[in-house]
Design a protein around this ligand. Structure first.
Ligand code: ZN
Length: 197
């Protein structure tokens, strides 16, 4: 009687152990399946993130001009500088007093030509052109310095490259056209700055 009972206990213990082993195996399979699923989800997420990043990179454009492009901009700047200096020299000549061979200052021109209104106005215009011209030369000098230091063509606002067409038209530009006109970063700039708007 006692022997049969102990046999029954042994059998049930074996069964319990079997059930536990089966449950553990099931758990393990479930865990493995979950892991596989999670890995797949993560890999899709990573792929999506990489694709999004590459789209952004494409949209933002290259981060640096090639040496050839920089050389091309340098040529434009040097030519503009030379042309402007030539114009300035011509203007200076026209401002020179023929009798004394000295430059006529703005105030003396004004007093000398009080009666000759048109002449005075012409001279004033000449001075205005000359001051604009020399300001432009110093801006071109700054642009050349930026070429030397490797910061030429980088927008001060969004840190992206200013479009080539803009630099061709305005080689002294230090920001994208949109910022210059609206005081707000351009679409690329907003992406680069991480602003949604
Ligand atoms: Zn910009």
């Amino acid at each position: 009687m006692a022997k049969r009972k102990s046999k029954a206990i042994i059998r049930s213990t074996v069964e319990i152990m079997r059930e536990r082993a089966a449950a553990r195996a099931k758990q393990l399979r479930k865990a493995k399946a979950n892991l596989k699923k999670a890995t797949a989800v993560r890999s899709v997420k990573l792929k999506k993130a990489a694709a999004a990043k590459s789209n952004v990179v494409k949209k933002l454009g290259p981060r640096k001009f090639t040496p050839d492009q920089l050389e091309y901009f340098k040529k434009i700047i040097v030519e503009k500088r030379r042309d402007t200096i030539e114009e300035l020299d011509t203007l200076k000549e026209s401002m020179m007093d023929v009798t004394t061979g000295e430059y006529v200052s703005e105030s003396s021109t004004y007093s000398l030509h009080m009666e000759q209104g048109t002449d005075a106005m012409e001279r004033e215009k000449t001075f205005l052109f000359a001051s604009r011209g020399s300001k432009f030369v110093s801006q071109l000098d700054d642009a050349l310095a930026r070429l030397e230091s490797g910061t030429y063509g980088v927008c001060k606002v969004c840190q992206l490259l200013i479009p080539k067409e803009r630099l061709e038209a305005v080689p002294t530009a230090q920001t994208c056209a949109e910022y210059k006109n609206t005081n707000k970063p351009c679409e690329r700039g907003r992406i680069a700055l991480g602003k949604k708007q």
